[in-house]
Write a protein that binds this ligand. Structure first.
Ligand code: PMP
Length: 428
């Protein structure tokens, strides 16, 4: 039984004392006061199916008992000292996390957010290569710090101030809306063009999400990363994979999104699902690149604190024990098939895409022009809320549904979501 302030009171407090820059979903916002597994509860006790997981952050399920226990045990023992003293949690966590990485990705840094992780990755890339320029993708999202805002590929998130210099934005290898369809190597040529024409011919790094998240669950065209990684390395640069949304088994077919394109990056950044809701993020790289940061002092006060590390370790265990990757492949694959069937009956569905439990539905007014059905997307999202489902939305024009639930999402949940979407689309 919820006994806190009313929704109206909370709304008033928020309007009065919080930044007007933070927005809420839905005309009549939902207030969420409890979460269990893949379900959220409002102040009246109404249950919602969570298909967005706190923007792809809750990986193994809300209030997972194993993660809760690990945090609670560590909280009682020691909350914080920073890395100036030894503590087993961060050391064991670094080993357990890098054990799950391929190749020579064996050194971990812990920070508190995805933006910080990408900032650090870029700093290391610049120090290691001695180069400055970065190549990122249009339609990308890597954070809102000064550096990462400069990397941003979406005007809606860029403030009109000088930020993150030296960034070149390559053509997005978007199989649905891009100029070259699913031909990854063709898009990769644009990266080569950029390096030759818009830089000194040498770059610090190429950085991309392995499925664009905020951009609307956009996968990279086949064969894109292998071609780009080769070009970037030939130009003296390192490769950064932003796995903030796509990592930890979410794509089902692989533990890391980059493995779907059969490449191994030089630096990997992680956040969101790594902590199942804890403020935890990481950068993993090779010992050689890591050394470049060690010529000066480097510290992150909260990064790798024992409580977050204990939680992060429990998340890794829960992903294994609960077979989250396998479940993402099974339930995500099934749901994608069901959505593709829905697409045959509703012209407004232009594209169903993504992998595992990272799916996108691109809504269009017309399948030939692919004109974005932005207003209809917002309307259907409201209707789904009424039917008991909280789904995400994204893309440059806000016309893509994003389905990225906690990885304990099951077949019945998938059926419920697809049926509710069918109902909402029939009513349009
Ligand atoms: N990278 C990606 C792919 C993201 O989706 C986000 C957040 N949406 C970030 C980085 C930034 O993470 P944070 O908000 O924790 O700084």
């Amino acid at each position: 039984q919820y006994t806190g302030p009313s929704k109206e009171e909370v709304r008033h407090l928020r309007q009065t004392f919080l930044s007007p820059a933070i927005t809420h979903h839905f005309k009549d916002p939902v207030m969420i006061v409890e979460g269990k597994q893949q379900y959220l509860y409002d102040e009246t006790g109404r249950r919602y199916l969570d298909a967005f997981a706190g923007i792809v952050t809750v990986s193994v399920g809300h209030c997972h008992p194993k993660v809760l226990r690990a945090i609670e045990d560590q909280n009682k023992l020691l909350q914080h000292t920073t890395t100036i003293y030894l503590n087993p949690q961060i050391a064991q966590y670094a080993k357990e996390l890098t054990d799950r990485m391929p190749g020579n990705l064996k050194v971990a840094y812990f920070v508190n957010s995805g933006s910080e992780a990408n900032d650090l990755a870029v700093l290391m890339a610049r120090l290691h290569t001695g180069n400055y320029d970065l190549v990122t993708l249009r339609n990308c999202y890597h954070g809102l710090s000064e550096t990462t805002m400069g990397m941003m590929g979406n005007s809606g998130w860029r403030q009109p101030v000088p930020c993150g210099m030296g960034v070149r934005h390559a053509l997005n290898p978007d199989p649905y809306r891009g100029a070259f369809g699913n031909d990854g190597p063709r898009y990769a040529e644009d990266v080569n063009d950029l390096i030759q024409s818009a830089t000194c011919g040498q770059v610090a790094a190429f950085c991309a999400e392995t499925i664009q998240g905020v951009g609307g669950a956009v996968p990279l065209a086949d064969g894109y990363l292998p071609a780009v990684y080769e070009m970037v390395r030939a130009a003296g640069g390192v490769t950064i994979a932003d796995e903030v949304q796509s990592g930890f088994g979410r794509t089902g077919s692989a533990y890391w999104g980059f493995q779907n394109q059969e490449v191994t990056p030089d630096i990997v950044t992680m956040a969101k699902g790594i902590g199942n809701g804890l403020p935890l993020a990481a950068v993993v790289t090779t010992p050689e690149i890591a050394r470049s940061l060690a010529t000066r002092s480097h510290l992150n006060t909260f990064g790798g604190n024992p409580v977050c590390c204990a939680g992060g370790r429990a998340v890794l265990q829960a992903i294994d024990e609960d077979r989250c990757q396998e479940n993402s492949a099974k339930v995500g694959g099934y749901m994608k098939g069901q959505l593709q069937q829905l697409q045959q009956r509703h012209d407004i569905i232009g594209d169903v895409r993504g992998q595992g439990l990272m799916l996108g539905i691109d809504m269009v007014k017309d399948r030939n022009s692919k004109a974005p059905a932005t207003a209809e997307t917002a309307h259907v999202m409201e209707r789904l809320k009424e039917l008991g489902i909280l789904i995400g939305k994204g893309g440059l024009r806000g016309n893509v549904f994003r389905i990225k639930p906690p990885m304990c999402f099951n077949m019945q949940d998938a059926d419920f979501l697809v049926e509710a979407l069918d109902t909402a689309l029939c009513e349009l």
